[in-house]
Ligand binder design. Sequence first.
Ligand code: SAM
Length: 243
Amino acid sequence: MTDKVNFGDQLVSPEEKTRRVGAVFSSVARRYDVMNDLMSGGMHRVWKDRFVARVKPRPGEHILDMAGGTGDVAFRMVRRGAQVTVADINADMLEVGKARAERRGLTGLDWHVENAEALSFADAGFDAYTIVFGIRNVTDIPAALRESYRVLKRGGRFFCMEFSSSDWPGFSTLYESYASTVIPRIGKVVAQDEESYRYLVESIRRFPRPETFKRMIADAGFVRPSAEPMLGGLVTIHSGWKI
Ligand code: SAM
């Protein structure tokens, strides 16, 4: 069958992939934030700060943080005065996020269960669309990009941060062995869930290279698509504009 898609390194039907991605994030939701710190040595905080500095949220702007999970990126954007809609396919991740926002006394956020491939939002309602470490989990990535274009206003900005392969000599080999052995082991010990963390590593390996993803952003209609590598290319910030 040609309609099979990758769930990590396995081939499954598109419906099965969406279901299994859902199961992964339901399983990791409660331990998600502590696992992020452990797996990245706290680096994800620096990457997210850099990402939000690129987005430059302004007071009064309405931003859609897609695949927003437990709210890490959204929190940084509301602190700069933006109004943020956090949308995610997984209600368990959003519940953890809502509780965190409440504990921190953050306002200006609203939370929606949404599939990035088929959003319920009206056309042209948002000033910016952000998606961080989310799009590689989406089954039909071109459909999600088309939806991001549809819900943005004219002049709206698209920003995505995703893992990529490092081009630094030696670093990619080191990273590869860290990712495939250490991360699933941390997942096993800390979250009692080796399988989910093995999927996360495989999904990173399978995500298109930055140049390919840049073309996909352009295919969705965005102008000035760009791919900016950070930290030797371990993580890339992609952007595009709707005119
Ligand atoms: N953006 C957050 C962050 O950086 O901390 C969460 C990233 S987490 C690795 C990936 C998120 O993508 C999960 O919360 C998952 O539920 C969500 N996701 C996966 N597939 C999705 C889809 N089709 N539509 C919306 N969200 C999706």
